[in-house]
Design a protein around this ligand. Sequence first.
Ligand code: ZN
Length: 152
Amino acid sequence: MHCPFCRHPDSRVVDSRTSDDGSSIRRRRECPNCGKRFSTLEIASLTVLKRSGVAEPFSREKVVNGVRKACQGRPVSDDDLAHLAHKVEEAIRASGQAEIDATDIGLAILPPLRELDEIAYLRFASVYQGFDSLDDFESAIARLRAEDASDS
Ligand SMILES: [Zn+2]
């Protein structure tokens, strides 16, 4: 990691701090050439394998874009969507895998989306799970109702 001030190719770590949830490490570094200090943030990378076989880094923005359409006309704000993407990332990181299938992201989106808005959830599930008849909607709604009843 080179110094952002003088581009010296080396730096010395003066302090390391792990975040409370253990998902990242912040390091304070000092450049031995110019003496200036800077911080680096270390986060484990998450790779998404698409159905085409292409691998790309996990992106919260893509999660938001994927869900936004299902939320059209619903009382869901950009903040809600950002929060949902954060939850999805947490769920995926909690699984402990460094590589995940794109379809698993869809699975991870369903629970927090359901909490957010049931209509958006049904829309998203209908596309993601490939509903092709009213029966599919009916059984999904029946499941929601049954689970709502058991929650209360
Ligand atoms: Zn420097």
